[in-house]
Design a protein around this ligand. Structure first.
Ligand code: 9WN
Length: 425
């Protein structure tokens, strides 16, 4: 079975290749998505390293003049997804959405450098792009009180429907949003996707961005939705480390130094999201001060090396172990012991392999191979049983959402089979 899954993973990466960029899944997601692409590159590295580099280049090529790398790049028209380029109206070439997504790019760059696939001018160009993007987060997405990184739209977090966004999203006025036709529910079961009410508010936030002329620094001050996220902050910490490492190897010492400085400030920001009662970092609604009510999967990035002081990391590890007892497959996107947990609905309970990959990466760096192995073994079992789906039930392992998914295939090749890049060191 394992070998058969290897072949299937390779075939998915080839089939979802649109020439220079990959789509997350044919039909459901027909454009280039930001963090999907960074993970895809790590998958392509196992088939065709040149193709892996190109994936990152087409993504970086869509960078805005202000430094933001957008969450979707619309290289060509496709009616199969809503909202498309006309709705976003970003005015960019190529057309893009107007928000960002988790900054996995530098993590992919560093891994390609380590494997000997990326060097010279092409490397320098990518490092400069990643550095400008990381810098942009400090100007356009920083919580002035904690120093943690915020999102102006649930889609920015990559964890669209996570319950901790609910309160902030409910406060968004969607009364003026004109009727529209969703396309996602034509591809997958509506019971697994966000509700229509949530979708209306997603679109209201897009309209708010357009009305501001997509001025990202202004949006940080005025957007009704502005929520600090341990996920975004934790991933940016990993990305800053990766950037410092790759830039150091390339001899770009100023750039490496800038990344290290930002990393130190981000670690403080991550720590400021710690919730003593919860024993975990949680979201913070910057507009109201309200905190997330439960533990989401991304909190476990805090188990990574140097993210939290020892006593807090030990408390967080106890929460990990409690959840690990409750589910068959780690890591559920939301705490299975709370009322808001839903086993099959988008980001309210199911397991995503790319989140597992990031958490395990942190655990391995911290020397916690025991918990990292639990995550890897569960990830392997999910794919062996269910194939390459978008996400899975943490209880039954049922495959859910879209099929033949690019990042799940990449996670299989690189994280499950390739042991997180350790084989390449
Ligand atoms: C909105 C492509 C993307 C992922 C996100 C995931 C989902 C889009 C959607 O699909 O988001 O960006 O329409 O639901 O939540 O993490 O990048 O795979």
């Amino acid at each position: 079975m394992t070998r058969q899954r290897d072949d299937e993973a390779l075939a998915i990466l080839r089939e979802n290749d649109r020439g220079g960029f990959s789509v997350p899944a044919a039909g459901l997601y027909p454009f280039q998505w930001n963090w999907d692409s960074a993970f895809a590159a790590l998958g392509y590295a196992h088939i065709d390293p040149e193709r892996a580099v190109t994936e990152l280049e087409t993504l970086a090529h869509a960078q805005w003049p202000d430094g933001m790398i957008p969450h979707i790049v619309f290289h060509r028209e496709d009616e199969g997804y809503f909202p498309g380029p006309g709705v976003w109206a970003s005015g960019m070439t190529p057309p893009t959405s107007g928000i960002t997504q988790p900054p996995v790019l530098a993590i992919a760059i560093a891994r390609l450098v380590k494997a000997g696939h990326l060097h010279g001018e092409r490397l320098n160009t990518l490092l400069v792009a990643a550095n400008a993007w990381h810098d942009w987060f400090q100007h356009a997405r920083r919580d002035p009180e904690t120093g943690a990184i915020c999102v102006i739209h649930p889609w920015e977090s990559g964890r669209d429907n996570m319950p901790d966004w609910d309160d902030a999203l409910d406060a968004v006025d969607a009364s003026h949003v004109q009727p529209f036709k969703r396309r996602d529910t034509g591809h997958v079961d509506a019971a697994m996707r966000p509700t229509d009410e949530q979708y209306k508010r997603y679109i209201a936030l897009v309209e708010f961005g357009i009305a501001s002329g997509w001025d990202q620094e202004a949006l940080a001050r005025t957007c009704p939705f502005f929520v600090a996220d341990p996920g975004m902050t934790g991933i940016l910490i990993l990305a800053e480390r990766a950037l410092a490492d790759a830039a150091g190897k390339a001899g770009l010492n100023d750039l490496a130094g800038a990344a290290r400085d930002r990393e130190a400030r981000l670690i403080e920001g991550f720590g400021a999201l710690w919730d003593e009662e919860m024993g975990a970092p949680t979201t913070r609604n910057v507009r109201t001060g309200a905190r997330g009510k439960n533990i989401s999967s991304m909190a476990f990035l805090g188990l990574g090396f140097g993210m939290l002081p020892e006593a807090r990391a030990a408390r967080l590890a106890a929460e990990f172990d409690r959840i690990a007892e409750r589910v068959t497959f780690m890591v559920p996107s939301y705490d299975p012991d709370c009322d808001l947990f839903e086993e099959a609905r988008y980001w309210r309970g199911p397991v995503w392999l790319v989140v597992n990959w990031l958490i395990a990466m942190g655990l391995e760096a911290a020397g916690d191979t025991h918990r990292a192995d639990r995550i890897r073994d569960d990830s392997r079992a999910l794919v062996e049983e269910g194939g390459f789906f978008e996400y899975y039930s943490p209880m039954s392992g049922a495959p859910l959402g879209g099929g033949t998914f690019t990042w799940t295939a990449a996670a299989w090749l690189d994280f499950v089979r390739g042991t997180n890049g350790r084989d390449q060191s």
